[in-house]
Design a protein around this ligand. Structure first.
Ligand SMILES: *[C@@H]1O[C@H](CO)[C@@H](O)[C@H](O)[C@H]1NC(C)=O
Ligand SMILES: *[C@@H]1O[C@H](CO)[C@@H](O)[C@H](O)[C@H]1NC(C)=O
Length: 458
């Protein structure tokens, strides 16, 4: 009751101030939020599933993950987020990270290009492989294109995972893919063992997987079951996948999950990432669950054709558009990524955003910077906080961020603006997952558009 009363009085105060400021134009330029609503609780409060055709999504290291991991180290997570960003920048700029070799036993080695850094910002879903179906909890990542899970007999190595390891011998529908199959020939890193196709993937943190390319039945949900799904059956798996059985790629390549299910579901998927790690969201393959979705074009960029580019053109803070030409964003381009946490902006754009945001937040004491986040506040003396509304302006679309899309909470003494600047104006912008939370974000690869629908999960 008290919290609501103070929320109301604070909102009324701002309404009064706004009308004095002469800014009120029917749209709210300031938001108010209870600090406690931004902080994850210790337990998991799952959101109601929006329908039996979608999969619950949980943050990998939060209380809703089946394998609970110790409290996240925010500074470490932010440092790892920077490594993911660096690996995306390298992919786009075409700088080669060189080649690794992944081994399948002492006899077989496959050259594999050092790849994307997975970071800590990923989300997991639980899907089924084989007949009868076996549940496996996997990371999903819009920046990845190869699907894989660890497989028995783990010829070389498997790390420990949450569910029992997938055993091809117990699946009546499992087959190896042959070296001559087009699915094998399209792999960037491949090899052969007899006639069996071998795949290999390395990640930027040194983790890797190598094994047989396989084809089997894949169960998304009880109503969405796919025979002939192609994935890697990992026999030498190394890394910090934190108990996940493997990874599902949602990139723009022929063998990502969305491409393989395109003939029945269309090459379209949507997800809602939860507002905090103590709630759940969903992943849905097929048409979005929401009926009201506003779209902006999905752009294909020849520098990295499997990544999702989006046409960010401007930003408003507290109702005022930052004085930035759209070319500040467009000359380098922007991608939207499920596995990057904090949105990265060109240096000029971040600098303008920070200046405007700080100017509207002078009533709160500044707190020390946290890693890449340089605009942090101490809210220990405030039950509610009022903040200037931030809108991301895309071609044909304005996205108003909720409070959970503006702040990264380390503690009530250190609540930070969840944006960072690139170090160089030639680096691409990245829309990170903090700024996607609670929206149903649709990736429509048929109409080539990206959609947002607000308030889709809590
Ligand atoms: C990596 O391997 C590929 C394919 O074998 C080759 O074309 C490329 O030149 C190699 N790159 C480096 C840096 O060795
Ligand atoms: C798949 O290929 C590997 C390597 O050739 C082999 O050991 C395994 O038995 C094969 N599995 C099936 C089900 O054919």
């Amino acid at each position: 009751m008290a919290a609501w009363a103070s929320l109301l009085s604070s909102a009324l105060l701002w309404l009064t101030l706004l009308s004095f400021g002469g800014k009120a134009n029917g749209e709210s330029t300031f938001g108010a939020v209870r600090i406690t609503s931004l902080v994850p609780s210790l337990g998991c409060s799952p959101s109601k599933a929006p329908g039996h055709s979608s999969l619950p999504v949980v943050q990998r290291n939060g209380p809703c993950a089946a394998k609970s991991v110790s409290k996240p180290n925010h500074l470490q997570s932010l440092a790892q987020d920077s490594l993911r960003v660096a690996s995306l920048q390298e992919i786009v700029s075409g700088v080669s990270r060189g080649n690794d070799t992944v081994l399948l036993g002492s006899q077989i080695s496959i050259p594999a290009r050092s790849g994307l850094y997975l970071g800590t910002g990923n989300y997991v879903i639980t899907v089924g492989f084989g007949t009868p179906t076996k549940s496996q909890t996997v990371i999903f990542d819009t920046g990845s294109n190869v699907n894989w899970i660890q497989c028995k007999p783990c010829l070389v190595s498997c790390y420990s995972q949450q569910e029992p390891l997938f055993d091809p011998l117990l699946s009546s529908t499992y087959r190896n893919v042959t070296c001559a199959a087009s699915a094998c020939l399209e792999l960037t890193s491949r090899g052969c063992s007899g006639t069996t196709c071998l795949y290999g993937v390395t990640y930027g943190d040194g983790s890797s997987t190598v094994g047989f390319l396989a084809i089997d039945t894949f169960t998304l949900t009880s109503t969405k079951v796919f025979s002939n799904f192609i994935f890697g059956c990992g026999q030498n798996n190394r890394g910090l996948f934190r108990g996940a059985a493997g990874l599902i790629g949602l990139g723009r390549s022929p063998y990502s999950l969305n491409s393989q299910t395109a003939s029945s579901l269309g090459n379209i998927f949507s997800y809602c990432l939860p507002s905090t790690s103590s709630s759940t969201g969903y992943l849905n393959i097929g048409n979005p669950l929401r009926t009201t979705v506003a779209y902006t074009p999905m752009i294909t960029d020849s520098r990295a054709p499997t990544l999702y580019f989006i046409d960010l053109v401007g930003i408003t803070v507290g109702g005022t558009r930052l004085e930035l030409s759209p070319t500040v964003f467009q000359s380098v381009g922007t991608i939207i990524d499920s596995g990057t946490v904090i949105t990265r902006l060109p240096p000029a754009a971040y600098s303008a955003l920070r200046t405007a945001f700080r100017a509207a937040m002078t009533q709160y004491p500044l707190a020390p910077a946290a890693s890449i986040l340089d605009t942090c506040y101490d809210f220990r003396n405030s039950a509610t906080l009022t903040y200037p509304v931030i809108k991301l302006l895309y071609t044909n679309l304005e996205v108003t961020l909720p409070a959970t899309g503006v702040f990264y909470v380390i503690s009530s003494a250190q609540v930070c603006l969840a944006f960072a600047g690139n170090s160089d104006s030639s680096q691409i912008g990245i829309i990170g997952n903090v700024q996607q939370r609670t929206f149903e974000v649709t990736h429509d690869n048929i109409a080539n558009r990206i959609g947002f629908s607000a308030g889709a999960c809590s």
